[in-house]
Design a protein around this ligand. Structure first.
Ligand code: HEM
Length: 200
């Protein structure tokens, strides 16, 4: 059976699937066991989910380029889910781990929080300008702005690396995946600037 990737049912399937991690976390929160430090477990797992969604969003270009699988119509939804889970991660941090009165101290004294905040602000800007009206208003600047998703990916991996305590295997996997996802763009840019003035 051939799958029509542009069909409505695929869109709804991906939308519903993207809500599964949320339902799982809610179930664990109310009826399950989140261990001895539930706030920390929840913050960590929501951060990991946000990172995975960012990876899926970044994978759309390589999938098209390397496997001719066009999922471009799902990119906006995946990007918005990245922002959604990143917001839940930041919300869980503020609710369970942060000392509100010393938040700015945290940002200054803990570099990984500073880097996480920078990544979050980029994701916020991308989510806020992901709608058709903003696309029209920003014109050619829209694409330039949305290329910030790549630095955001780098910042998130740095954020992860800075706070991870000795888990180098996961860090290696995240960094390698990010490099692979970014490499789908870099050679193309070098190639284009050297050989032809055509846009991608
Ligand atoms: C204001 C912005 C942010 C703050 C304050 C923040 C805060 C934190 C904190 C406190 C931790 C460590 C939790 C612990 O082990 O004690 C953490 C880990 C993490 N954060 Fe963030 N974060 C921010 C932005 C982001 C963004 C935008 C992403 C991804 C899109 C992200 C992904 C992660 C990941 C993957 C981890 C590691 C989880 C693990 O150890 O399994 N964070 N963050």
């Amino acid at each position: 059976m051939r799958v029509n990737w542009r069909s409505r049912s695929v869109w709804w399937g991906v939308f519903g699937g993207s809500l599964i991690p949320l339902s799982e976390r809610l179930y664990q929160m109310f009826w399950g066991d989140l261990g001895t430090d539930p706030g920390k477990t929840l913050t960590e797992s929501l951060g990991t989910i946000a990172l995975c969604f960012l990876g899926m969003t970044l994978a759309i270009t390589p999938l098209k380029r390397w496997f001719s699988l066009s999922l471009v119509h799902l990119r906006r939804m995946q990007g918005l889910f990245t922002f959604f889970y990143a917001s839940l991660h930041v919300g869980a941090y503020l609710l369970f781990l942060a000392d509100w009165s010393a938040f700015m101290d945290d940002v200054i004294k803990r570099p990984y929080i500073f880097v996480g905040l920078a990544a979050f602000l980029i994701l916020l800007a991308l989510a806020a300008t992901s709608f058709k009206t903003m696309m029209r208003r920003l014109g050619r600047h829209w694409k330039t702005l949305h290329r910030l998703v790549y630095p955001a990916g780098v910042l998130v991996v740095v954020h992860y690396a800075w706070q991870s305590r000795g888990d180098y295997t996961t860090l290696f996997i995240y960094s390698l995946s990010l490099l692979l996802l970014l490499s789908a763009r870099l050679p193309q840019r070098v190639f284009h600037s050297a050989r032809s003035p055509e846009p991608e």
